[in-house]
Structure formats: C-alpha cells, structure tokens
Design a protein around this ligand. Structure first.
Ligand code: GLN
Length: 481
C-alpha cells in the first residue's frame, strides 16, 4: 500500500518497526499533495521545506515519541510559530504568529510533522469553505460539491489521503459536518477538554479543537496527545484525562442510547435517514438498548446559536483594526483607516455576522436577543442533562443531507445556517460528539452518524462509534481522484 494511505495507527507501527521512516512517509504525503491538491484545494499553505527538515531531524534522533514522524494537517486558524496563519481571511493573509498554539505545541512535543495549513470558511464562519477569502475546497468524493465547513480543508485532506490525520475546530459543527460530508471521522471534545490557547477565537464559549481522522482509534490516539488542562486557557478544565483508547474494543451490551425524535423530522433527507436508522439497528443487534427520547428545545437551537455566536464574534473580531497585526489600509484619518481596513479585509459573511452580533449586543436590544438567547441556551443544555439521566449516548444524523453542490446555498444564509441543525445544540450544551461514516447515498456520497455523549465522557462515544466501525466497511472506502 502507498504510505500516504496509512491510518495513523498503522503509520505509527510502520515507523516503530522501521518498515517506514519519517522522511519516507513525509515525502509520500507531500507527493500525494502535489498530485491531487490541484483538484481538492485543501491547503492554504503547504509547508514542504519545513516538513522535510523536521522529518530529517526526527529521523536522526532515537527518542521514542508517540507521534514520531507522522504528517498531519492543521486548520489554518491554529497559530503556528513562524508559519503563516490566515484563518482564510484577507485580513490575516500575511500574519505570521510569534507563538505556537497549545495543541500544535503538544503535537510538536509528540513528534508530529506539519505538512500544511488547511483551508476554512473565513474565521471558521460557514459550512462549506465557500466563505474562504481565498478559494473553495472541493469534496474529494465529487469535486463539484462542497467538503463541508468550516474545517473543510482538514476533512478533505484526510479523505484524499493528503495527510495521515488532521486537526480542526468546531464551534457549531465545523469538525463533524465536514467529516460527515467527506466520509471520515470527526470528534468535537467536551468544551474545556482541549486548550484553545492559540486558536484564533470565533465564539469563545463554543469553540473547541478536535481531531479529523480515518478511524475512531486514530481520533482517540490524537486525543491522548492534545487533551488536558492548560494554564494558558482559563476555560480549559482541570479534569483528569483518561487513556482515550482504553474503551475501544469493549462491547456495548447494556449501554443505553436515545434517539431524539426532533432530529428525525422535516428537512431530513430520506437516504440519510435510512442509513442512520440502519446503523442504529446494527448497534441494537449488538446489545445497545435503544429508546426514543425528546430534546424539546431543539427547534430554538439554530436561532440561539446564531445570536450567541455572532455576538461573541463581533466582540472577538474587534481586534482586527489595522493597528496590532494583519492588514492595514492607510487612509486620511484613524477612523477611515479602521473602516478601510475592515471593509477590505473581511468577507461578506464575516461582515454579516459582525453586524448581527453588534446589533444583538447593543443597548436596547441586548435583553431581547443576547440575554434571551443565553436563557434558551440553558434550556437546551438541560434537555441534554435530562436525557443523560436515562441514556448513555444520543444517536442522530450528523447533517440533514449529504454534501451539497458548490454555489447551491451560498446566496441564502438561512438555508446555509439550517444545515447546522443537528450539530449546534451540542456546542451550546458544551458536550462531546463524534461523526463516523455510516453509509453512502445512491450518488455515492458519504453519510455521517453522530454519537453524542455526556460532558467529559468522550470514552463512551468513542467506544460506541468504534464498535460500529468494526462491524462495517464504510470507513474503508476511499474516493478516486
Ligand atoms: N457552520 C457553523 C457556522 O457557520 C459552525 C461553524 C463552526 O463550527 N466553526 O457558524
């Protein structure tokens, strides 16, 4: 097999047994990128020289490292010291961070090789990468379609074997939705599980970093490296981290799963519904106890999210003023300079969100919008708490449809926002969820199954999704490019 096709676990073993060297693997991945990225456009920056140098250094040391020589792709909203970090925004097009994010620092300490920074919707705002300030990434299963977003570059890179695994971020579905559209695995950890230090903030109370991988086991391996408390992120939780691989392989007999009826209603594509229901019955045959549940405030999730996320974004993005860093457009007065810089630097969707958020936070509207949304957020969180008194996991489709066509929704923000309907409640509640491949529709496009868990119980969703994966072949299919 071509080395770039290896799963993370397999690549680690091959390197450990000296069947493959870090340089060989890195070169294989880099030539794969050269061969297919023209079609896929997953990368904003390919760090070829850096990667080769790093692979040689690692090869020359006998230190045993848990990720030694593994080529990974990092979403371009995580700061990498000395390496351009753009957030796929014109305003940060030439921004080179003077520091490293905690997640990439931990990966460095573990011996990974950065092969490139992946495309995203500008500042992670979007569901298709069409909001990237540079270009749209293509879905490797059908290059006329979107890879999902906002971590579309990371998911497409994994699906196209342009990296061994990748890191993404998820504010309202940005790891799980693209993973689902690209037929790979995506895990959004519990809020606070992974440090956000050095992740360019979009909506700080919702953002979380996580892995996008070829298998569930690979996601667990990466979690063992990136998770854990960090003094530099005050919202990172002081909670012990388990060995995330330890529950893999345990059976699922006696575990209880809830199927929320609100997630199987209008707007759900019939082929997606069928694939998800089949997956549930496969798990039921394995001894999972399945029952219908209700998450009664689900219908308010999209509205709540788009008030809170835009409010936080309007505040977080105030820092791009042409003074501290990033783009600066000179003008005759300071105010004009701010105006020109922000008008030129931000794309349409980012501007829309800054305006919506500023409005929701402004005096006179704050109580009606921001405050109300915070209250509803609590109700949504309670829905999950109540459900988790009865069940151990909640199973849903990751998205209502398969990957849509490029251009199909871009002129209708509401349609685009509704695409997040099954993923955003999880961020509002702060709980973990994983998307795993659970089939293909009649056009050969991947469908994703979402498994949601209790706060800080990534182990159970990994266990259930891994068990499912072992029984099925979906994750073994690869797109032809
Ligand atoms: N699609 C959602 C949005 O546009 C979620 C994005 C994300 O998770 N970063 O906000």
């Amino acid at each position: 097999m071509e080395p770039y096709r290896l799963k993370l676990k397999e690549a680690l073993e091959a390197i450990k047994n000296s069947e493959l060297s870090p340089v060989e693997l890195t070169e294989a991945v880099l030539s794969r990128i050269e061969a297919v990225d023209e079609k896929v456009k997953a990368y904003v920056t390919v760090t070829k020289e850096h990667a080769l140098k790093r692979a040689h250094t690692l090869e020359g040391s006998n230190e045993a490292l848990p990720l030694k020589g593994i080529p990974l792709a990092i979403k371009d909203n995580l700061c990498t010291e000395g390496i351009r970090t753009t957030c796929s925004s014109r305003i940060l097009e030439n921004f080179v961070p003077p520091y490293e994010s905690t997640v990439t620092m931990r990966l460095l300490d573990a011996g990974y090789v950065l092969v490139g920074k992946t495309n995203l919707d500008e500042f992670a705002m979007g569901s298709s990468t069409e909001n990237s300030g540079f270009f749209t990434t293509r879905n490797p299963w059908d290059t006329e379609r979107v890879p999902g977003g906002s971590s579309g570059g990371s998911a497409a890179a994994v699906a196209a074997d342009e990296c061994i695994a990748a890191i993404g971020s998820d504010t309202g579905g940005s790891i799980r939705q693209p993973a689902s559209y690209c037929g790979v695995v995506g895990l959004k950890p519990t809020y606070g599980r992974v440090s956000r230090f050095g992740l360019v903030a979009f909506a700080s109370s919702l953002d979380q970093i996580g892995p996008i991988t070829k298998t569930v086991e690979d996601a667990a391996i990466l979690m063992n490296i990136i998770a854990g408390h960090d003094l530099r992120d005050s919202t990172s939780a002081e909670v012990e981290c388990p060995d995330f691989t330890s529950t893999l392989g345990r059976d699922i007999k006696g575990l209880r799963a809830g199927i929320p009826k609100e997630y199987f209603s209008e707007g759900l594509d019939s082929e997606v519904e069928e694939a998800v229901k089949k997956a549930v019955s496969v798990l039921e045959q394995e001894g999972l106890e399945v029952e219908e549940i209700s998450l009664p405030h689900t219908e308010y999730a999209v509205a709540t999210y788009y008030i809170l996320a835009t409010s936080e974004a309007s505040s977080n993005l105030a820092r791009y003023d042409g003074v501290k860093y990033g783009l600066r457009v000179e003008a005759k007065s300071l105010l004009d300079m701010y105006l020109e810089t922000r008008s030129k630097g931000f794309g349409q969707e980012v501007k829309r969100r800054i305006m919506l958020g500023t409005y929701a936070l402004s005096a006179g509207y704050y109580d009606a919008y921001y405050r109300k949304a915070q209250q509803v957020r609590t109700l949504i969180k309670r829905d999950f708490e109540d459900a988790f008194k009865r069940v151990d996991v909640i199973i849903t489709p990751t998205t209502p449809t398969v990957a849509f066509r490029i251009g199909e929704k871009i002129d209708d923000p509401l349609k685009m926002y509704l695409n997040d309907i099954y993923t955003i409640s999880v961020n509002l509640a702060g709980i973990p969820a994983i998307s795993v491949p659970c089939g293909f529709n009649s056009e050969g496009l991947p469908v994703g199954l979402q498994v949601i868990g209790r706060a800080f119980d990534e182990e159970t969703i990994l266990r259930v999704s891994h068990h499912y994966e072992q029984l099925t072949e979906w994750h073994k299919r690869r797109p032809e490019l």
